[in-house]
Every structure is written in structure tokens, then in C-alpha cells.
Design a binder for this molecule. Structure first.
Ligand SMILES: C[S@@+](CC[C@H](N)C(=O)[O-])C[C@H]1O[C@@H](n2cnc3c(N)ncnc32)[C@H](O)[C@@H]1O
Length: 267
């Protein structure tokens, strides 16, 4: 079943938003890397609440976005001061409601790991791109060489608790990631070049172990939405007990370095 982000409307921007200036830097890096200027016709897959879109709309008004979640897309309007609006459609990435050869650039940020049918999405992007167009699949990932931040212990503890409650690997980690060879191999099999790139590095907003635990308890991680309610509740109680009794620095705030990592396909 497709993921339902309507349940994230109340907390998405607060917990997943970027610091000032990051999305503008992403926009400029993406256009430069793609060899496009601000007149490019752009489609964003999984536009969500418009965190990324807002930077493009300030620079170039012709911007299209699709998402499954109407609730998330309703948040977009509140971010735009000057009346500029993206062209929005409620749609699945695997079946896009646009004519062939409509766009110069199709991009998706923090979306592909949710897609069951990610191959169909790549096929659709290919269909929609004009000659010379580019598909850019983006995830925010930590640098490979980075030490885990202090709050990572809360994440590890959560996974351990879930395992002890009988949740299998597919209930803890799921989805396809840029780092999985399967994605670049599939792109290559369709006749495209597939290259990876680091578009930019940035600092996340500060987070502590306690904040991570509170977000788990409140059900703010999409990876937990498939858990049975009773499992989630029991795991949350155990995680809170661990925070109170064992976590060494529950309030240590850290601004983790992250990267906009991209997989770029050109047909
Ligand atoms: C983590 S959010 C990312 C939103 C936005 N790209 C950002 O970076 O803030 C993932 C988004 O992908 C959307 N999504 C997930 N699966 C989808 C699908 N099959 N088709 C369209 N949108 C999908 C969700 O509704 C959600 O808005």
C-alpha cells in the first residue's frame, strides 16, 4: 500500500525543514549540474509541502509538482508570498498525468525510498523528458566518512527494541536507496547514462536524543507508520524508559552535516 503523508501535515515542515538558504543553494546546484537555466520547465515528483519548490517558484514561475498527499500539497500555498503557484496534480509517481516530452528537468527529493514501483517512475520520467532532458533522483544522506551524531543512539535503540518485539528487517529498513546498485543498473538498462553527484553539503537543524525519542513516540517517522499500533506503543514506552535511565547525554544538540546526493539520468 502507498504511504500516506497526510498524517505528517502537522509536523513535517517543523521536523524536516531546512535552514535558511539551503533550498536556494540546492536549486542553483541542480540547475548548474543539469546544464539548465531558470527558464527550464521543471517537474518535481513528490513535491510534498513545497519545501524545495518554494526556491524554484521564486526564481522561475513555470513549475509543476505531483504528490499522492493532498494534505501536504495544501501547505505549499502558505509558503509563497508573491502569488506564484506551481501547477499541481494529485498523482502517483508510477503514472504521471502529463504528455510525453513536456519537461527539461524531472527531480525528486527524499521520495524514491518510498516507491514500491520505482522502475515505473523512472520509465515515466523518461517519457516526460524532452530531448536533452535530465532526471535527478535526490536523497539527503550523511557523508560516508561521518561519525554518527549523539542522537543516533536513540535510533539504534529503537531498532533494537523493535527487533526484540519481533519486527523483522523489512519492518525496520525498507525502500530503495540511491546507494543501491539496482537503481543505477536499471537506469543504464534503459539506455541512459547514470552518474552520481554530490550537489551540496549543508547543516541540519540541531537535534538531540530527546528530540528524536519524542518524534518516535509521536509517530513522526514514516518508517514506523506500517507498524502495528500496539507494537509502536510498546516500543515507545521502552524507548522513553531507556532515555530516562540510560541515555548519557539526552539533551546534547548536534547539527549534523548532510549531503544532497543525486543520481542523474540522461537518455
Ligand atoms: C519525505 S516526503 C518529501 C517531500 C519533499 N520532496 C521534500 O523533500 O520535502 C515524501 C513525499 O513523497 C510523496 N510520495 C510518496 N510516495 C509517492 C508516490 N508513489 N507518488 C507520489 N508521491 C509520493 C509523499 O506523499 C510525500 O509528500
Amino acid at each position: 500500500m502507498a504511504i500516506n503523508y497526510d498524517q505528517a501535515v502537522g509536523f513535517y515542515d517543523e521536523t524536516r525543514g531546512y535552514r535558511d538558504g539551503v533550498v536556494e543553494r540546492y536549486r542553483d546546484a541542480l540547475l548548474a549540474y543539469s546544464g539548465l537555466d531558470r527558464s527550464a520547465s521543471v517537474l518535481e515528483l513528490g513535491i510534498g509541502s513545497g519545501l524545495i519548490a518554494q526556491a524554484f517558484l521564486r526564481a522561475a514561475p513555470e513549475y509543476y509538482g505531483i504528490d499522492l498527499s493532498l494534505g501536504m500539497m495544501r501547505l505549499i500555498g502558505g509558503k509563497l508570498e508573491d502569488g506564484s503557484r506551481p501547477h499541481l496534480a494529485q498523482a502517483d509517481c508510477a503514472k504521471l498525468p502529463f504528455a510525453a516530452a513536456s519537461f527539461d528537468l524531472v527531480h525528486a527529493v527524499r521520495v524514491f525510498h518510498h516507491l514500491a514501483d520505482w522502475r515505473a517512475c523512472i520509465d515515466e520520467a523518461r517519457r516526460l523528458l524532452r530531448s536533452g532532458g535530465v532526471l535527478v533522483i535526490v536523497e539527503n544522506l550523511p557523508p560516508a566518512e561521518a561519525e554518527p551524531p549523539p542522537w543516533a543512539v536513540a535510533q539504534e535503540k529503537w531498532d533494537q527494541i523493535l527487533r526484540r518485539l519481533g519486527v523483522g528487517d523489512d519492518g525496520i529498513q525498507h525502500g530503495i536507496w540511491l546507494t543501491d546498485e539496482a537503481m543505477s543498473q536499471y537506469i543504464a538498462s534503459t539506455g541512459a547514462s547514470a552518474e552520481t553527484a554530490e550537489l551540496l553539503r549543508y547543516r541540519e537543524k540541531p537535534v538531540s536524543p530527546r528530540m528524536m525519542v519524542e518524534r518516535r513516540v509521536a509517530g513522526m517517522f514514516s518508517s514506523d507508520w506500517r507498524l502495528h499500533t500496539s507494537t509502536r506503543r510498546e516500543a515507545a514506552q521502552k524507548l522513553v524508559a531507556w532515555l530516562e535511565r540510560e541515555c548519557e547525554a539526552p539533551d546534547e544538540l548536534v547539527e549534523r552535516e548532510m549531503i544532497f546526493c543525486a543520481l542523474i539520468a540522461r537518455w
